[in-house]
Ligand binder design. Structure first.
Ligand code: ITT
Length: 191
């Protein structure tokens, strides 16, 4: 059996393959890019749109995720618009800008969370959600991961997710939580 992983983000592909590695021998995972306008109002709408377009184009059951960072002190700035914030700029510039905006915000008000909604679409949608709570750091730290990882400190840690090894991030991340549930579902239907 083949399953399409619809994403244009190579970091996501690496993370997802690692998270679901124990079931990767059960099917062939084909990572593919599709042009999708992400204009939904929720992560779920966008993830469903990506997975559905992939399924309609390939006729193969398809997986997609939509994800983002919510910073409580900057409501509405990122969230489902996370990929489009300062779109033409590098993540170094985006992260620096966010840190500047939060310059005078004390630790207890720097709360934030990453959310991921993963959808498996095979003619009908199967939806899995994961959240990782944390706070925004005072400076950029670490080279691993991608996107906003250098400024996000998960709850219970003193390192950013860019300072964690991929395997550590994949134990606790929003994407790991969503995709572990998706993998459990696939295990059941592929039996
Ligand atoms: P696809 O839609 O093609 O999968 P994308 O990068 O556009 O790729 P999203 O629409 O889900 O993905 O946008 C999510 C953005 O949120 C992503 O580009 C990052 O800026 C941020 N983000 C999501 N998960 C993240 C993570 O684990 N670490 C750091 N940043 C993350």
């Amino acid at each position: 059996m083949k399953i399409v992983l619809a994403t244009s983000n190579s970091h996501k592909i690496m993370e997802i393959k690692d998270i679901i590695k124990d079931i990767l021998d059960k099917f062939e995972l084909l990572a593919m890019k599709f042009n999708v306008e992400e204009n939904g109002k929720t992560y779920e709408e966008n993830a469903l749109k990506k997975a559905k377009i992939a399924y309609e184009k390939t006729k193969i059951p398809s997986i997609a995720d939509d994800s983002g960072l919510t910073i409580d002190a900057l409501p509405d700035l990122l969230g489902i618009k996370s990929a489009r914030f300062m779109e033409e700029k590098s993540y170094e510039e985006k992260n620096m800008t966010l840190l500047k905006m939060l310059r005078n915000v004390p630790d207890e008000e720097r709360t934030a969370r990453f959310t991921c909604v993963a959808v498996f679409y095979d003619g009908s949608p199967h939806v899995f959600k994961g959240v990782m709570e944390g706070k925004i750091s005072h400076e950029m730290r670490g080279k691993n991961g991608f996107g906003y990882d250098p400024i996000f400190i998960p709850e219970g840690y003193d390192k950013t997710t860019a300072e964690l090894e991929q395997s550590e991030k994949n134990l606790i991340s929003h994407r790991a939580k969503a995709f572990r549930n998706l993998a459990d579902y696939l295990k059941r239907i592929l039996k």
